[in-house]
Structures are given as C-alpha cells and as structure tokens.
Design a protein. Sequence first.
Length: 368
Amino acid sequence: MKIWASILHWGAAADTWAAIASLREQTRPPEGIVVIDNASEEPLDQGRAGEAGVLLERQGANLGFAGGQNRGMTLALARGAEAVLLLNNDATLDRACLERLEACLVAQPGIGLVGPVIRSASPPHRIESAGIRFNLRTGRMRLRHHGRPRLPALPGPAGHADLEDVDALSGAALLATAALIRRVGLLRPEYFCYFEEVDWCLRARAAGLRVALLRGAEARHRAKGSRAAGSATAGRAALTSYYGARNHLRCLQRNAPMRGAAGAGRRLAVTLFNYLRALRGPDRRARMTAVREGLRDSRRRVFGARPDHPGARPAPPLAEGARRPRVAAVVLAWNRLDDTLECIESLRACRTAGLEIILVDNASRDPV
C-alpha cells in the first residue's frame, strides 16, 4: 500500500520538524510527506524541506484545518497515494504506529478511517482520546477514556479487541484510504477548524465504511495552548469556544437533521453544554461571548473562518471614495426546498451591501 503523510504547518517550526522526524523514524515510513504551510508566521525553510525529501507548499492565507489538509490530500492522491495519514504538526507517532495502522487496513478492507490512541506528550502521558463518542440524538460528544493512564480491558478472547469501531476519531493523527475520499469526498471547508474530522467520520459510516481505533498504535500530542502565554492563550480559547459551539450544531444539522420539539431540545442541550464548558476554563467572559457568537452564526448559517482568525485575512475594506461593486448571486433550485432556503439564508447572512439574489427554479420537484 502506497501511503503519503500530510502535515499542516501552523505555529512553531520546531514542532513541524519533530513531526516530520517521527515519520522518518517509523519502522514503516511513508512513501512521501507533504507539508502545507498554512500562512504561518514562522514559515518552514524550503531548502531544508527539499533536503529532507518533503514536498512543501505555502499558502497565501490560513485555510483552516479542513482547507489545508484538503490541499495536502489532493497533492498526495495526485502522486498515487492509496492512503493518506493526516498528522497535526504538534503530534508525533510512536515508531511502529504507521506499520500497525497499515496492517489494519490491509487485513480489514471495509475500514475507511483508522486512528491510534492519542496520548499527551507531557508525562505521565495520559490518554487524550481513544476515539470519539458522539450521540446524534442528544448531541453529546465525549473523548473516549480521556484522562486515563491506560485503556480498560475489553471483553473477548486475548487479542480480539485490538480494533474497536468508534463514532469518530481525533484529527491529530488518522489514516484515511483513497477509497474513502473517493466515496465521501474531502473534509468540508465550511467548518474551518473543529468538528470537520467528526463530520468526515460520520459521513464515512453513513456510506457503509468502518471507522476504527487501533488500540496497539499510539501518538503523542502537545497542546498548543500550553506553550502560548497571556493574551495569545486567551485569544485561542475564545476561538476554540466559538468554533466549538458553531460547528457542534452544524455537524448535527449536517448529519442528523432533527425538527420540531426533538430538534429544539437537542439544540438547547448543545447550547448548555458549550456554555458550561466555557465556564470551566479561564477568561470566562471572553469564552462565553465567543460561544454566544458561535451559536448566532450557526443560526444565521455563517461558516468558514471567523474574521479575526489569525492569518485568515478577509477581504480588505474599500479605499475611501471607491465605488462599491454590485454583486449578484445566482441560486439554482433543485429538489429539496429546505436546501434552497438554507442557501439563501447563508447569502443573506453575509451582510453584503446591495447583494442581489437571483433564484432560478430548475423544474424542481419541491418548487419554491
């Protein structure tokens, strides 16, 4: 199996080089490594990347986790990859991790996504995530076995439970097959960051592919927030709260739409969960405000990068006295009326002055 690895560079260059080194030191190294520099303030050295055999591509703006990794996967697939390992630049793999993940895919062809146990890089290396449990009916999401020193034993014969089917996997490290990408597509850029890998896993399961945790494979993850200080940490926490609240609701609406009282109840539960989570950490006021804004933008269907996200670089304001261009959006209606209305609502939420929306009903079965 031809495997490429895709690393998204953002933040400290030393972290990214450590991630690359962990791939080179694997008992089964990948055939190629692509690094997408997501307009980081500390860019990687092109010459050093070339010497290391790394395909480095720098973006002009921060594309988010989804957009950046989509570019990495596209480059890997164009070079014949049969599977692509997505790896955070602040994560490293244990030496036999990739070999074990590959063996799992070869032995179990029905698997679309497989991931290792994610542990903290800091002693005592407690578990961050052994897959994700996500209840589509209630909206509750939990990192499995978070904070435990080791995984609990599972029932069954010895060696029987090394592979577990899970609802979703952490995007810090996971291996995706080319067959999965062809069947369900790439990550959805609308999330920008957070919940895009959960959405991907749910789409894989809906398409009949397995999403599995390999208990015998492990990765180490260093939390970026632990190295930041002061206002940088506060700003990151607020962004996390914003995307977490907004994308939590979006993921549920995308993968398990629910209307009426049941839908209202689930939305209320997700709202309370995100507010309570914001109250548990520092900078509560900023995080609570961010949650409120995230819930508001989810309701208005405003997605993508938040305007103040570092490196996202939204369009600059018009120069003083410049004539504002007229903008028209053409919407082609076909089949579901709800989809058409959602599209129109998202355009209205853009708050583009003078926007003209032209709706064309293409003999839809559910006319407007």
